[in-house]
Design a protein around this ligand. Sequence first.
Ligand code: GTP
Length: 419
Amino acid sequence: MEYVILAVVIAVVAVGAIAGFVVTGKRRKQLPPPTQTPVVTPPSAQAETKAPPKVAEEGAAPPTQAPAETATAPAGAPAAEETAAAPAEDATAAPAEELVVEEAEVAPAIEVPEPTAGRLVRLRSRLSRSQSTLGKGLLTLLSRDRLDEDTWEEIEDTLLTSDIGVAATQELVDNLRTRVKVLGTRTPDELRGLLREELITLIGPDSDRTVRSTKHEEGPAVVLVVGVNGVGKTTTTGKLARVLVADGRRVVLGAADTFRAAAADQLQTWGERVGAHTVRGPEGGDPASVAFDAVKEGIAEGVDTVLVDTAGRLHTKTGLMDELGKVKRVVEKHGPVDEVLLVLDATTGQNGLVQARVFAEVVDITGIVLTKLDGTAKGGIVVSVQRELGVPVKLIGLGEGADDLAPFEPGAFVDALLG
Ligand SMILES: Nc1nc2c(ncn2[C@@H]2O[C@H](COP(=O)(O)OP(=O)(O)OP(=O)(O)O)[C@@H](O)[C@H]2O)c(=O)[nH]1
């Protein structure tokens, strides 16, 4: 009998233990997973958190092209920062049970660049350094009671320090001396008028300064951007894309600066801001091949203009200069290159002229972009560089802002110098 009771007790304890184990196991299976997956809000919700695009100014054409890809802008790009911040905030707010992962496809905000007409007039204050040295300096000297030899020498020195060049200085001073003598009287307005006319004549009011960016029947216009390191090629290419988009053109960018990885990221960010696609290659890859592919895409997409940014190269390095020649020749397999823009840093003065000479030998330069004119008193370089190359200055850079690149207009430039 005792054995029977013992057997029953053991059986009851065993059944109880098995039941308890099963219940615990079930509870464990119901626990949420230990690692949390962040919630990514759908694109529509994120779009509401973005700052609205800038309002178009009168006369500005709306961007015509939507970006071909989802946001891939590098860190630092304004649009990328906003989209990265949004999911992080949502992740902390969402309850753990509702974790859902959805793929985010966020298009970067497309900006509407400022219209290009009258940019130089708007940015005239950026030329203040050249204005006080060249413009105001000359007007003060010319307004002296007596215009003796010493004063004319001072006028010459002022022109020379502004990098106008020796021959142009002589020409300007000779013409001014003659006209002042003939004029007899010298009111401030008359002097300003004389100086304005002479400076505009030196700069060349009749040169064709349009950037050839109009599509042909066979395909897009191709613009090659070249120059030494750090002069502002990538920035200029990005700003030029904005200028063209503002003027109603559709643009493809070619990141043929495969030497500096950040340059392609930088260019792509510029492009995304105005809805222009950037064709890139592998880091250290063949720049000619990237340039070729960019033009190929431009033809396939039927865009107006393909802008190709090239790597900075010292004019003294023969191998690199040969490479540049190759980039141009390879692109020309699609058709002629419409424009080769040489970017020169205005603050480098005479050294810029030496660079210009060598680049012109390797690729036919069709236009000059003078950057950083906001940081120098040597606005006269406009004259000397044109004379050196026999090629017009087409664009000038007047700051680091996105719309600080202005089409060059001699009249507006001289007015800005004279204040
Ligand atoms: N103040 C001022 N800065 C400018 C202007 N244009 C370009 N920069 C600045 O110059 C620096 C160099 O510009 P990048 O466009 O990177 O020069 P890059 O020629 O492409 O350089 P590499 O590819 O290294 O040869 C940047 O900090 C630009 O913001 C301008 O007109 N004014």
